[in-house]
Structure formats: C-alpha cells, structure tokens
Write a protein that binds this ligand. Structure first.
Ligand code: C2E
Ligand code: CA
Ligand code: CA
Ligand code: CA
Length: 275
C-alpha cells in the first residue's frame, strides 16, 4: 500500500507543477486586473423584511477575466489574501462602493466586506475614514461586514480598529453568523450593530426543525442585544413568510434580488417599489 502511495505521488508531480504554474499566472492576472480596472462591484439589495423595500445594498466583487470569464470571489479572494494584494484590492472596493453610494438617496446604505487580512494594517480605521471623507459618504451609511475568524486571530487590534470606526459612526455587521467558532461573549465585547444569519440556516429552515430553532434563537438574541438581524440567502416566498413571522429585520437573497451592476441597482432605487 505504501508503494502504491508513493507511486501515486510521483504520478501527480507534473500535475502539481502545472497547478502551481497556473496559480502564478492567475496571480499575475489578478494584479493586472486591479491595475487595469477589470474588477467590478455588483450590488445585492438588502430589504426590509416586512415591507420588502430596499434599505441598502451589499457590494460584491466580480472579476471579468479575459479568458476565463467571470471568476468567483470565492476563488480569487483567498489568492489575493495570500499574495498580499488584498489590501490594495480592499481599498479599491471601499472607494468604489462609497463613491457609488454617495450618489444614492440618503436613506440607502452600502455594505462592504472586509477580509481578516486587512485588519493586520494598523492604520485600517484611518484609511477607511479617509475614503469616507474623500467620497463624501456619511459614515452612518457605511456598513462593514466582518466574519468571526478575525475576532479570534487578531482580537485586540480588531477591537481597537472597530471601536475607532464605530465612534466615527460606521456600522459593523457580523457576517455568516453561526458558522464560525466564536463564542457569544464576542457579541458583547465587539461593537456590532447587526448579525447576518448564514444562508445555510435559512436554506435548511423549512425542512429541518433544528435550523428553524437556530434562526428563531438568533433573531431573539439580536432583539435582546439591540442588534439588527439580516437573513442571508432568502430564496423562497415561504422562507420570507417564516422570517416575517419571527419579525426578522432584514432579508437578502435571490428572492429579493441577485447581485446586479451599479446601473441596475440605480434603477431599483429609482423604481422605489417593493422587491
Ligand atoms: P458573503 O459575504 O457571504 O456574500 C454573500 C454571497 O452569497 C454572495 O456570493 C452572493 O452572491 C451569494 N448569495 C446571495 N443571495 C443568495 C441566495 O439567495 N442563494 C445563494 N445560493 N447565494 C446567494 P459571491 O458574490 O460569490 O461572494 C462570495 C463571497 O466572497 C462573499 O460571501 C464574501 O465572503 C466574499 N467577497 C465578495 N466580495 C468581496 C469583497 O469585496 N471583499 C472581500 N474581502 N470579500 C468579498
Ligand atoms: Ca457579506
Ligand atoms: Ca454572508
Ligand atoms: Ca459567506
């Protein structure tokens, strides 16, 4: 068995080489894409759960690769994190999203995702506040989405950064809530405004009593801690009705609208109709 294992390893060596070369190429392409403005932000509506009207949009990064077509952020963000490009990319995302949101009506906010890697920059808060000043977006209209991982890896620095941003009026959301390893004590320690329930729970809610119980509990937890709650990945009418029955604050998902280019988001805002 050992020999077969070694044989297999040798067999895959050229394959591993090929993948490494491909990765280097993708990395170079990514640098080029950032420099040449081949990245684009799409915007997905965040809707008031009861009225189903637009309250804001989450900015989601897209890469139009000349040969590969649309590359998913799930694929290139980890790459950008590893090759150190994420800080420049993150600044580009923030600047672009804030500039766009500054053209929207004042009651519409924008949510931007931050990578844990960005929190290693000691001047992250100052950089974000500079981008807000430069684009003229009031801090209250920016929501920053962070995941639980960053709270565990860099708790001290993250807390200082978030407190500085919060003091300036920026809002903080805990993304993918329920999928990480953080303890509930983080909810008290960090200055969150919102919990986003991961879409895996919303997806399983109708078929699985346990998931429904978790969704209910998170909504109740949010209410007692004075945190808004957003349900992610709402795809069916039935899910929306269940969330409305629990008085969930906000819904996001294909039922309300897929991520769309900035021009289409502007149309949705101008239409001013329930989604
Ligand atoms: P996320 O922050 O959890 O974003 C939500 C993802 O779920 C998006 O995938 C969105 O298109 C997708 N989604 C929304 N509604 C539905 C639904 O009803 N059903 C299903 N099945 N999916 C839905 P996307 O755009 O591919 O982004 C994937 C992830 O990449 C994001 O997950 C986020 O973690 C990351 N990401 C995207 N843009 C950025 C960015 O600018 N910066 C950073 N650091 N990460 C980003
Ligand atoms: Ca997010
Ligand atoms: Ca999420
Ligand atoms: Ca996610």
């Amino acid at each position: 068995a050992k020999e077969a294992g070694r044989g297999t390893y040798r067999f895959f060596e050229p394959e591993m080489d090929r993948r490494l070369v491909e990765r280097r190429k993708l990395e170079a392409d990514l640098r080029q894409a950032l420099a040449a403005d081949h990245l684009e932000l799409f915007y997905q509506p965040l809707a008031d759960c009861r009225s189903v009207s637009v309250q804001g949009f989450e900015a989601l990064l897209r890469w139009r690769h000349p040969e590969r077509g649309m590359v998913s952020p799930a694929e290139f963000i980890p790459l950008a994190e590893e090759c150190g490009l994420i800080n420049a990319m993150g600044a580009w995302v923030l600047r672009t999203a804030c500039r766009e949101a500054a053209t929207w009506p004042a009651h519409i906010s924008v949510a931007v995702n931050l990578s844990p890697v960005q929190f290693r920059q000691p001047d992250l808060a100052a950089e974000i506040l500079a981008i807000l000043a430069e684009t003229g977006l009031v801090p209250q209209r920016l929501e920053l989405e962070i995941t639980e991982g960053v709270l565990i890896v860099e708790p001290e620095r993250t807390l200082a950064t978030l407190n500085e941003l919060k003091a300036a009026g920026v809002r903080i959301s805990l993304d993918d809530f329920g999928t990480g390893y953080s303890s509930l004590s983080y909810l008290q320690r960090f200055p969150f405004d919102k919990l986003k329930i991961d879409r895996s729970f919303i997806h399983a809610m109708e078929s699985h009593a346990g998931s429904m119980a978790i969704v209910r509990a998170v909504i109740a937890l949010g209410r007692s801690l004075h945190l808004a709650v957003t349900a992610e990945g709402v795809e069916t009418e039935k899910q929306l009705v269940l969330l409305q029955a629990q008085a969930c604050d906000q819904a996001q998902g294909y039922l309300l609208g897929k991520p769309v280019p900035a021009a289409e988001a502007r149309h949705l805002i101008a239409d001013n109709r329930p989604l």
